[in-house]
Design a binder for this molecule. Structure first.
Ligand code: SF4
Length: 397
């Protein structure tokens, strides 16, 4: 892991935390002394960024033969020695690189002078005190500045639409290059290859600057000073005090105490609002439970609760001896061995590679329609209209 990638600076008001501190400015100072716990997922993401940069430098930036050789060696060294590297990372990075190359080609088609910049450190201090960010890819061509961000994770889908983090990167890129090039339009793209997701938001530079002045600057000033109102919401998901925050607890308790009027049975409209509250409460309950568990494991007493041994299953101490014993007793194989079966598609992709798998058995893979699920209105999937039209002939059993 290179220093540059591993040490992407985390200022008090980091771009990655912007959704949180813009919505809840005092969260910044409240959490500033709580150490970051760097997860395996974050390390894996850092490795994917490192590999992507090497490949993109080799493929789309001008380099002489000596530099090409150096980059080729660096890629093969990475593939040999990086513990996170495997088919899955190889495929995801290849998909991302392909998308960046396509965007760069499109930029070059608009003007031969298209510029590409990789891993640029971006100064955001014009709007956010002490803040810097890193732009994975910046393309500038014909009045358009495009910023592309790789999200390697697949746990939480991330969209570029209304995304404060990528908007801040775009501001930083405009700040660095806006005086050299006449930039009118900003394209912000997030590629999340392991979810097959590419999303782009487009704003004029005037709209972006207006957002920076009216939303970012006031929130950043409050956040830096440790002032402003606590506000809970979906942004709490990444907050370091999400389990113990009183404002979040108060908001959730208030939501529970909502009283419905007569008649005795709730309307579907009321059921709809309860479902929203239930989602919020489930997430909060899980955060509090995880926190209490960690505290109890660390030896702290959580009033009214205790740590006990969980249930466990019996296990065979030595499977080789057990197997030989069954053989000696001439027990039929299928009475003590599991049948061998194919791995699931996700695991096959991991082991064999997405493209390789598709080449081998692509025509044997099909995706059946999913079971109907109830989701909030804002979900991007099209609505299933009626039982008669959409569920006709489907067996969801
Ligand atoms: S948990 Fe939510 S409400 Fe509480 S400080 Fe963090 S972001 Fe603000």
């Amino acid at each position: 892991m290179t220093q540059a990638h591993a040490e992407r600076a985390h200022a008090l008001l980091s771009a990655s935390g912007a959704d949180r501190w813009i919505n809840c400015p005092p969260s910044a100072r409240l959490t500033e002394n709580i150490p970051d716990t760097r997860s395996e997922y974050a390390n894996e993401g850092t490795a994917a960024h490192e590999l992507s940069e090497l490949i993109l430098r080799r493929r789309i930036t001008p380099c002489n033969s000596k530099e090409r050789l150096r980059l080729d060696k660096a890629v093969s060294q990475f593939q040999k020695s990086n513990s996170y590297y495997g088919f899955e990372m190889n495929d995801a990075v290849a998909d991302y690189v392909e998308i960046v190359e396509e965007r760069f080609m499109a930029a070059k088609a608009r003007t031969a002078d298209a510029i590409v910049l990789l891993e640029e450190r971006l100064d955001l201090t014009e709007w956010v005190p002490d803040a810097f960010g890193t732009g994975d890819v910046i393309l500038i061509a014909d009045g358009v500045l495009e910023i592309i961000d790789l999200k390697y994770g697949k746990g939480v889908p991330v969209s570029a639409i209304d995304n404060p983090q990528i908007r801040l990167y775009a501001l930083g890129a405009w700040h660095a290059y806006g005086f050299l090039y006449d930039i009118q339009e900003i394209h912000m793209t997030i590629v999340q290859p392991r979810l097959d997701s590419v999303s782009t938001d487009i704003m004029s530079i005037d709209e972006l600057l207006a957002w920076a002045e009216t939303t970012v600057k006031p929130a950043a000033t409050l956040a830096y000073a440790g002032e402003g109102e606590y506000l809970s919401g979906s942004h709490c998901k990444w907050c370091k005090v999400k389990a113990t925050c009183r404002a979040r607890a108060d908001a959730n308790m208030e939501a529970i105490s909502h009283e419905f009027q007569d008649p005795a049975l709730m309307t579907l409209e009321e059921v709809g609002s309860i479902l929203h509250i239930a989602e919020q409460l489930k997430a909060w309950a899980k955060d509090v439970e995880d926190y209490a568990f960690e505290q109890a494991k660390a030896g702290h007493s959580v009033q009214g609760w205790k740590l006990v041994e969980g249930r466990s299953n019996r296990a065979i101490i030595d499977k080789d001896i057990a197997r030989k014993t069954f053989e000696a007793a001439t027990i039929e194989l299928d009475k003590y061995l599991k049948p061998r079966e194919l791995l699931g598609i996700g695991e096959l992709e991991k082991q064999i590679g997405k493209k390789e798998l598709s080449g081998l058995i692509g025509d044997l893979i099909f995706k059946p329609p999913g079971k109907p699920v109830l989701v909030p209105e804002i979900d991007k999937r099209p609505e299933l209209n009626s039982v008669e039209q959409d569920f006709a002939g489907e067996d969801f059993g």
